[in-house]
Ligand binder design. Structure first.
Ligand SMILES: [Zn+2]
Length: 175
């Protein structure tokens, strides 16, 4: 009897999760809001990513492409605010941590929250590099190098501007 009621409760919980996910997907076709957290980003199929992203965003975030240097509007972008993942909207970098690296891509010496990004060894192109991805959706962001500003972290997060969005104000200087 106990086992049966537990099973029933579990089934109700599962249905509730499904409904929440469906609602989030229905209301968040373009804008990413808090409700989008119900989306299982890592399980999103390729065709859904193609629908949500521009071809350039898809190439970089989902195919690990690299934008041509000096092409991002964010290179010389100086506004105060938060740089978000263009895939899932997660806050990734803060304008407070941005610096002019001269490399042609938006550069930061620190992520907004270390838990928001993941680092992976990348042996492509006959180099040993450290790839940086968005932890929530797995989107490729760029690479991190150890030639950043010595008076800060010494790190340079070299990020494709195409894989970023920007939100003015709102939390710059937060963690
Ligand atoms: Zn993401």
């Amino acid at each position: 009897m106990l086992a049966a009621s537990r099973l029933g409760a579990r089934r109700i919980a599962a249905v509730a999760v499904l409904c929440a996910t469906a609602r989030a997907m229905a209301t968040n076709s373009t804008a990413v809001t808090g409700a989008a957290d119900a989306v299982d980003w890592k399980a999103l199929p390729e065709e859904e990513w193609r629908r949500r992203l521009t071809p350039a965003q898809f190439d970089i975030l989902r195919r690990k492409g690299t934008e041509r240097p000096w092409t991002s509007e964010f290179n010389k972008h100086k506004s105060a605010g938060v740089y978000t993942c263009a895939g899932c909207g997660t806050p990734l970098f803060l304008s407070d941590h941005k610096f002019e690296s001269g490399c042609g891509w938006p550069s930061f010496f620190l992520p907004a929250d270390k838990a928001a990004v993941e680092e992976h060894k990348d042996l492509s192109l006959f180099m040993v590099r450290t790839e940086v991805t968005c932890k929530k959706c797995g989107g490729h962001l760029g690479h991190v190098f150890d030639d950043g500003p010595r008076d800060k972290t010494g790190l340079r997060y070299c990020i494709n501007g195409v894989s970023l969005g920007f939100s003015e104000g709102g939390g710059a200087g937060a963690k």
